[in-house]
Design a protein around this ligand. Structure first.
Ligand code: NAD
Length: 294
């Protein structure tokens, strides 16, 4: 039954959010801590507004404090940095997320680097990137964290498996590769200059696609029984003039060969916000020097 092969990210994300809610209750009861997440939105980008609304709703549903700071599209770099400084100093805020992209007049790296690494729930700060690299406890980018959770839930121990990550971005590809390495996989990182990508993919137990090109990974690139994690989110036109979302993997062609595969939508996407909440729990516990509740 091919349905058993489909990794249901929506259902899994719901279990992660339920666990987060239980953890929030335990932190409140045992330590008097209510984890707090602040999201900063600069400008009126419609997609960003939707993300920020969803993040705020899910944060509140988990029982956490949710702060939303909105600034005009014309805000200066100093104004944005001042907001970050204020949130860094607020002991009730354990996680800070600045929604990207930022307007042109603001230097993205300067803002991300200003976030206290201990509150960097996006895991983009160089301190967290470096800590992940050397295997120290770190706040890890949400999308790769979600992918690893799904892989471990489906496959159990990942040790010794061959894995390829297609894409080397700082947000997905590179941290994904580091997390797979931490799980003792043998990791190949592929990118736009990689030769014989199809041949490389056919040798893998795990294929993670994070390219941003619709149906880039073909069905016959997938080894029999391999696990496929499709991070891509691409909007393509339909015959009726509307659009639909597809991943980086040709899902219909890969499904018969794969042992397990994430769909788009409904795979990696829903896990990302759930992992943002999980990262906020991690940050709140690290800040207070306590173990994460079960
Ligand atoms: P990016 O554009 O920063 O990186 C794309 C990577 O693909 C690059 O490293 C590039 O080297 C590689 N690439 C490009 N052409 C290639 C080729 N021909 N062969 C091999 N590699 C090639 O993108 P990103 O931010 O890493 O995002 C990747 C995709 O994941 C996008 O579709 C994005 O929308 C999606 N995404 C989804 C989530 C989620 O929550 N599901 C989160 C982040 C990103």
């Amino acid at each position: 039954m091919s349905d058993d092969k489909i990794i249901d990210g929506k259902a899994f994300a719901a279990t992660v959010r339920a666990r987060v809610k239980t953890q929030v209750e335990a932190l409140q009861k045992d330590h008097g801590i209510t984890p707090g997440l602040a999201v900063v939105l600069v400008g009126e980008d419609p997609a960003s507004q939707v993300y920020v609304r969803n993040k705020a709703r899910q944060t509140k549903e988990a029982g956490m404090r949710s702060d939303e700071i909105r600034l005009d599209a014309t805000a200066s770099q100093e104004e944005v940095l001042a907001v970050v400084d204020r949130l860094n100093a607020d002991p009730g805020i354990h996680g800070i997320l600045v929604q990207l992209p930022l307007p042109d007049q603001i230097e993205e790296n300067a803002v991300l680097d200003r976030i206290d690494p201990a509150k960097d729930v996006d895991g983009f700060h160089v301190i967290n990137t470096g800590r992940l690299q050397v295997g120290l406890p770190a706040l890890v980018p949400c999308t790769p964290r979600g992918c690893i959770m799904m892989l471990k839930e489906r496959l159990g121990d990942l040790s010794g498996r061959n894995a390829i990550v297609i894409g080397r971005s700082n947000i997905v590809g590179k941290p994904m590769a580091m997390l797979l390495l931490q799980e003792s996989c043998t990791v190949t990182i592929a990118h736009s200059r990689t030769k014989d990508l199809a041949g490389l993919c056919r040798r893998q137990d795990i294929v993670v696609a994070a390219v941003g090109r619709p149906h880039f990974v073909k069905g016959d690139w997938i080894a029999e029984g391999a696990t496929v994690i499709d991070v891509g989110i691409n909007r393509i036109p339909k015959d009726d003039g509307k659009t639909r979302l597809v991943g980086d993997v040709d899902f219909d062609a890969a499904l018969p060969r794969a042992g397990a595969i994430t769909p788009v939508p409904g795979g990696v996407g829903p896990m990302t916000i759930a992992c943002l909440l999980a990262n906020t729990i991690t940050a709140a516990c690290m800040a207070n020097g306590i173990d994460e509740p079960a």
